[in-house]
Design a protein around this ligand. Structure first.
Ligand code: FMN
Length: 243
């Protein structure tokens, strides 16, 4: 009987030990599995990070695309953008310079400003070689005929196209009044003139001293009476290439 009991006890112990060993083994297996999972997660993280980075980059690219000028914006629209910063200014007593200034403004989509004298010039004033008013003004480098009205927002413009008639080889003195009335620091001035037969001569260069040194002057051009729109368009094309 004793033998049978001890035999049964021995079986019981063996069974218990085996069960213990199995649960320890399965615990160990669980530990290993969880360690492997962690390692996998860790090695995956940089990939996920890269994915986030990539999606950020995609987002940024999208934003950049939105802020970049759209390819669908036409050249005309872009040119109109540029020319909103240009002001075409002109003085014209007998209507020769005026239409050329109007062409220039129209072609560039620019604003137009007419220099209107406070005291309008009569026919007698303009009769040259009579020592009339215009002759007298041109003989006096300090003459500054008054201007009626003003350009309200000159700071909005970075380029001024300036048209005038030649009066005794020079720009009329009212052009000096205009140039001394505003600050042209850092602006570009593009002179042009009309005349009966004279060239532009030194009439443009003689104006340089009336503006700050930082004013950029583009070589001026003389046009004959009745110059057409096409010639003005060609000239503006040349200026754009110069700038
Ligand atoms: C006082 C005065 C002086 C002028 N001097 C000249 C001159 O030296 N050379 C010339 O070719 N034309 C001269 N002209 C003619 C004008 O330059 C020409 O008619 C000009 O195109 C007029 O422009 P507007 O009609 O826009 O005022 C003079 C005109 C005036 C009124």
């Amino acid at each position: 009987m004793r033998k049978i009991v001890s035999l049964l006890l021995s079986f019981g112990m063996i069974f218990a030990l085996a069960a213990c060993g199995q649960s320890a083994a399965s615990e160990k297996q669980e530990e290993i599995q969880s360690a492997v999972q962690k390692t996998e997660e860790q090695t995956e993280t940089p990939q996920n990070g890269a994915a986030v980075e990539q999606s950020k980059t995609e987002e940024q690219t999208e934003i950049e695309k939105e802020t970049e000028p759209s390819e669908s914006v036409s050249t005309e629209e872009q040119e109109a953008d540029v020319s909103t910063k240009t002001l075409v200014v002109y003085f014209s007593c007998t209507g020769t310079t005026k239409p050329l200034a109007e062409y220039a403004a129209e072609i560039m989509g620019a604003d137009l400003y007419e220099i209107v004298p406070e005291n309008p010039y009569t026919e007698a004033d303009l009769a040259y070689y009579t020592n009339g008013r215009a002759d007298q003004e041109q003989n006096d480098p300090n003459a500054r005929p008054g201007i009626s009205g003003s350009v309200e927002n000159i700071e909005d413009y970075d380029t001024v196209i300036l048209g005038y008639p030649i009066w005794h080889g020079q720009a009329p003195r009212i052009i000096s009044t205009f140039l001394e009335s505003y600050d042209f620091t850092g602006k570009t001035i593009v002179p042009f003139c009309t005349s009966h037969s004279s060239g532009i001569g030194s009439s443009d260069r003689d104006l340089y001293g009336l503006c700050p040194d930082s004013t950029e002057w583009i070589q001026g051009k003389r046009f004959a009476a009745g110059t057409g729109r096409e010639e003005i368009e060609d000239w503006i094309g040349q200026i754009k290439r110069t700038k």
